[in-house]
Design a binder for this molecule. Structure first.
Ligand SMILES: [Ca+2]
Ligand SMILES: [Ca+2]
Ligand SMILES: [Ca+2]
Length: 360
């Protein structure tokens, strides 16, 4: 029974975290009873009335625990913030992002800011589907947020320049500004402090917010910084040709003469960077005066695929009908296209395609 009693005491306090709702009238009436010559006299009363004012407290805090990883050329990358109405009255909130200047300290540590996305937009979570959806999360200000309520906000980049390299950083700040509530689906005017400007000019508005990263104490605003970090890669491509045999020397010191068989090898290697490579497709074209050879790898294969993925090597002889071979022809001008089928995730990973041709 003791435990239940404690819980009942705690629960109402939690609900009152933001204090008495603004615009609540507080009436207090005093009464006085007295006698004169031992005879009771009519009771006297006096009443004092005031209206609780609007105590403005707002916070906006980034929700990303680490810089948001982006690829060069990507668009629609998302920084996430949470805005909280810590005051005692419903408000709208304006949202403004800023691309910080080069050299701005990275809120997650080194390295510092050294680029901006081409642009960005700020959107409010609609509540329909968690996370950012371009078709759903379209509102650009927070409308009618109740006391003690929270709202997720996204800063969404347009294009990350294709020229950015691994570990490049772009820092952004987001500022939430307290606006007047009261009219749904209409963005209110900026809220100002005043002795009697709230609740139909009957109560005060008092800013009680703290200072965020890009605002000051008691200005009706709060801000937070977040960052994008580029996960780039350096991919090198090498192509070699090796004479396998010729009709005169056989396989002993063969020369590139008519009737000779030549093997082409094209190899892409992940040489540096923190990103990974997926969907790697190698395309080659049969040059003039050459004919691609069939059934040269393992008796039935036209292409040999050699890969190293996550440090693990594999070699596969692919028939031209294999699903990884999306293009195949033997005559000059034919495209030979091979999907690597595995990602390159570790430094030194590679994908190599080999095929053989006959010199006419
Ligand atoms: Ca959403
Ligand atoms: Ca509104
Ligand atoms: Ca502030």
């Amino acid at each position: 029974m003791l435990v239940i009693g404690v819980l009942m005491l705690v629960a109402p306090r939690a609900a009152m975290a933001t204090g008495t709702t603004a615009c609540t009238p507080i009436l207090n009436t005093a009464t006085m009873d007295y006698t004169v010559g031992g005879v009771s006299q009519p009771q006297k009363t006096a009443t004092a009335t005031f209206t609780v004012g609007d105590k403005v407290i707002v916070t906006a805090v980034r929700q990303d625990a680490a810089p948001v990883s982006v690829a060069p050329g990507a668009s629609g990358s998302v920084l996430t913030f949470l805005v909280h109405n810590g005051g005692n009255y419903v408000h709208d909130y304006g949202l403004a992002g800023v691309a910080m200047v080069t050299g701005t300290v990275n809120p997650f540590g080194l390295p510092a800011d050294n680029f901006n996305a081409a642009g960005f937009n700020v959107y409010v979570e609609s509540g329909t589907t968690p996370g950012y959806q371009a078709a759903e999360d379209t509102k650009t200000y927070i409308d009618e947020m109740a006391a003690d309520a929270t709202q997720t906000v996204y800063l969404v980049s347009t294009t990350i320049p294709i020229t950015q390299i691994d570990n490049d950083v772009a820092v952004y700040s987001l500022t939430a500004t307290t606006l007047a509530g009261g009219v749904a689906n209409t963005q209110g005017a900026v809220t100002a402090q005043g002795a009697a400007n709230a609740c139909g000019n009957t109560a005060p508005t008092v800013f009680a917010d703290a200072a965020g990263t890009d605002d000051v104490v008691r200005d009706g605003k709060y801000s937070s910084r977040d960052a994008f970090k580029v996960s780039g890669v350096v991919l090198t491509v090498a192509k070699t040709s090796t004479v396998i045999s010729d009709p005169v020397n056989g396989t002993t010191s063969p020369k590139a003469i008519p009737g000779a068989i030549v093997e082409y090898a094209t190899r892409s290697t992940l040489t540096s960077g923190s990103g990974s490579v997926a969907g790697l497709l190698i395309t080659d074209t049969i040059p003039a005066n050459l004919t691609a050879q069939i059934n040269v790898y393992g008796g039935t294969g036209e292409v040999q695929l050699n890969t190293k993925s996550g440090g693990t090597s594999a070699s596969t002889n692919l028939d031209s009908t294999n699903l990884l071979v999306t293009g195949w022809g033997i005559t000059p001008g034919s495209l030979i296209k091979v999907n690597c089928g595995v990602p390159l995730t570790a430094i030194g990973d590679y994908c190599e395609m080999k095929f053989q041709v006959l010199i006419q």
